[in-house]
Design a protein around this ligand. Structure first.
Ligand code: 1CP
Length: 343
């Protein structure tokens, strides 16, 4: 590999780097006044469907901070709309007719990205053209269980009791739905890579609500199907496993390059279970961006000490940045991670 390989991509592959890469989940979002200015003019749906505006908000955090990766501005529910499900953002996804019958599952159209969500690929092409070479662009999708949770519940929820009960009451319909979602996400993620995404990330936001046996039985198989389905694409695959500290033994069996972890899970302990072949991403508590500049440094040091030395760590928050966060705190975070880890 040449020396000008971006540090983010090198770290995804577990290679040594000149400084630790850092980026922030939801780095394009409401904590940025320039994002709020765009949103004052257009609705969220319009924003996701306009390649120019999606490109603009994707680039906003890159202009402000020395970030090492960019993630295309979109939402995990965008391809679901592409499969024919009507939904609104309020601000989380709300579905008028939740999917709860086999008939509804069979009626979901397999996605044809170029026909159903062409604006995503156009946004990726535009954004790649606007990004500096050392900042790779990440494409993403929701994990089947996370998408299933929204489709069955019909709205955001803390416990997702409706989809969890549905998965028990209707295991076959549930498995069929998640299999269908997995196949759609393979096609969708491949299209993003073809359009220029240099890494692909799967957000398992809600699989951690399941106990370890249910996680292994219900959430993991469709994730494995996606990851195996993407093995020929050739870009690093990141699996963000929110609140999945109890599921690491099953996660270790996946062929993902990087496992993203939340702050409730020790990166050091996770690395022992995941083994040397997997990089980790995370896991500062988003609340720590509200601490004093001095304490923020201490919290970053704690994450670094926990993860331990050695390559294969991408610094990030443990989940999305909160809208109330001061952008200056993000600048201090990014600069300090670089300063502290420069070889
Ligand atoms: O009013 C607004 O501007 C809408 C708020 C918003 C934003 C900024 C939504 C609705 N989606 C997004 C963008 C978004 N969503 C990105 C942008 C890229 C970036 O990171 O910069 C990404 C990666 C997502 C992915 C996403 N959407 C996830 C997975 C990540 C996670 O947070 O766990 C999930 C669960 C969603 C659903 C969703 N869409 C929007 C909201 C507010 C939510 C969460 C709803 C809930 O709490 O259940």
């Amino acid at each position: 590999m040449t020396n000008d390989e971006p540090v983010f991509l090198a770290a995804c592959r577990g290679k040594p780097v000149s400084h630790m890469p850092v980026w922030v989940m939801r780095q394009a979002g409401r904590y940025l006044p320039e994002y709020r200015a765009v949103r004052a003019k257009v609705g969220f749906t319009e924003l996701t469907r306009s390649p120019e505006l999606a490109c603009e908000v994707t680039l906003q955090p890159i202009r402000r901070f020395a970030l090492d990766a960019s993630i295309i501005f979109s939402d995990i529910m965008v391809p679901i709309e592409g499969m024919g499900v009507a939904l609104e953002y309020a601000p989380g996804p709300v579905i008028a007719e939740p999917v709860r019958t086999l008939k509804q599952v069979e009626a979901l159209r397999p996605i044809v990205p170029e026909r159903d969500v062409p604006f995503v690929m156009e946004a990726i092409k535009l954004t790649r053209a606007g990004l500096p070479k050392h900042v790779p662009l990440i494409g993403f999708a929701g994990s089947p269980f996370t998408l299933f949770s929204y489709l069955v519940a019909g709205k955001p929820s803390k416990e997702f009791s409706v989809p969890r009960a549905f998965a028990q009451a209707e295991p076959e319909i549930s498995a069929r739905l998640m299999e269908k979602l997995a196949d759609a996400m393979i096609v969708y993620l491949k299209a993003q890579a073809n359009a220029g995404a240099q890494a692909l990330m799967l957000f398992e936001s809600w699989g951690g609500l399941l106990g370890p046996n249910d996680y292994a039985r219900i959430a993991l198989p469709p994730v494995k199907r996606i990851i195996d389905g993407l093995k020929d694409v050739g870009v690093p695959l990141i699996y963000f496993a929110n609140q999945c500290g109890g599921n690491l033994a099953s996660i270790a069996t996946l062929n993902a390059d990087v496992i993203g972890l939340d702050w409730r899970t020790s990166l050091g302990a996770a690395r022992k279970v995941l083994g040397p072949g997997k990089a980790v991403q995370g896991n500062l508590d988003p609340a720590h961006l509200f601490s004093s500049p001095e304490n923020l440094k201490k919290r970053v040091d704690e994450v670094l000490a926990d993860a331990g030395p050695g390559p294969g760590h991408i610094f990030n928050l443990g989940h999305g940045i909160w809208p109330e966060t001061d952008p200056d705190s993000v600048a201090r975070l990014v600069d300090y991670v670089h300063e502290r880890t420069r070889a």
